[in-house]
Design a protein around this ligand. Structure first.
Ligand SMILES: *Cc1c(COP(=O)(O)O)cnc(C)c1O
Length: 336
């Protein structure tokens, strides 16, 4: 199966499953699971932070962080296309009484910091209290440069805001920037990273950051139903992923580049974006034909009209990418 719909579709490898089978476990709600504790410490160390918290999903990780930074009646400033605004079911507002203040995002994936500066509210009883600035890297596969992180930190400091990074795909950013994950994470008070996307673990995210914030987030995680018991079985997959699957993401990026190049050469197809492990394309009038033929060849792509987002990951091979380009060449060209 060549599944290009997302990098969340990966299956744990045999070696990862062996690590899971051999995991030492305990009751993590009691703080007794050595494998979970090991994963939390390892992620915190890799990202240069004081503490870590293992959570079932990126959504719960971001929400726990927002609730740790903000009280009822506070607000967080967030990109209008950011996951923490648009794709998390309004959790901060629904469950935390924390108001989102969306801010325009630029083509680059950066949140417009000038716009953000204008919507930060003064201390006045009319307004929600601006408390937190949220950044996302990578966004739609796009890598935000480290100097953007520094500028976001300066703005946050100027207004006494906390700074959170939704780094679901921080690993892709670090590999693309040839920077240490700790360098990417450095300016932030809290950082959420996914283990279940390009790293190939079946489940889980880690929230890392300042000890007091992570302690608070641990309480919120329990309230949100994320306190898990013998979770070492799944945490072991995360440890395996951090040890083995970060550097190899360079292959995913190279394969996305090859895919973009192959598709871009076809008449009628336009590649509208490509960075790290994602390719965005308009496949043109024959998109539906390709999707139908793809399904017959065990190739999965997600179409929205004639456009698609293709995502590379560790369950793909060079041969698989070549098969997709070959299928595209057979089905997509527009002939007059
Ligand atoms: C996937 C994703 C999340 C949330 O992760 P889930 O584990 O699916 O809840 C958060 N932020 C970004 C940018 C993501 O891509």
């Amino acid at each position: 199966m060549i599944d290009l719909r997302s990098d969340t579709v990966t299956r744990p490898s045999d070696a990862m499953r062996t690590a899971m089978a051999q995991a030492e476990v305990g009751d993590d709600v009691w703080g007794d699971d050595p494998t979970v504790s090991h994963l939390e410490a390892k992620a915190a160390e890799l990202l240069g932070k004081e503490a870590g918290l293992y959570v079932p999903s990126g959504t719960q990780s971001n929400l726990s962080a927002i609730l740790a930074h903000c009280q009822r009646g506070d607000e967080y400033i967030v990109g209008d296309n950011a996951h923490t605004y648009k794709y998390e079911a309004g959790g901060a507002a629904v469950l935390g009484s924390v108001q989102p203040q969306p801010v325009q995002m630029l083509e680059s994936g950066e949140l417009d910091l000038e716009h953000a500066a204008k919507v930060i509210k003064p201390d006045d009883s009319h307004f929600a209290r601006s408390r937190l600035l949220c950044i996302e890297n990578t966004h739609d596969g796009k890598v935000l440069p480290l100097d953007f992180h520094d500028r976001a930190r300066s703005l946050a400091d100027e207004h006494d805001l906390g700074l959170h990074l939704d780094g679901a795909r921080l690993w892709n950013a670090a590999v693309a920037l040839q920077a240490a994950p700790s360098e990417v994470a450095a300016p932030f008070d809290t950082v959420s990273v996914c283990l279940s996307k390009g790293l190939g673990a079946p489940v889980g995210s880690v929230l890392v950051g300042r000890q007091d914030l992570v302690d608070d987030a641990r309480r919120w995680r329990k309230m949100l139903g994320g306190g898990m018991r013998q979770a070492g079985v799944i945490a072991a997959a995360g440890i395996y992923a951090l040890d083995n699957n970060i550097d190899r993401m360079a292959d995913d990026h190279a394969r996305a580049a090859r895919l973009a190049e192959g598709l871009g050469a076809i008449d009628g197809v336009s590649v509208t974006g490509r960075s790290t492990n994602m390719v965005f394309a308009d496949l043109g009038p024959n998109a539906e034909t390709m999707a139908e033929q793809a399904a017959k060849s065990d190739i999965l792509i997600a179409l929205s009209g004639t456009t698609t987002r293709l995502v590379t990951h560790l369950d793909l091979t060079d041969d698989g990418i070549a098969q997709v380009i070959d299928l595209a060449n057979r089905t997509l060209p527009v002939t007059n």
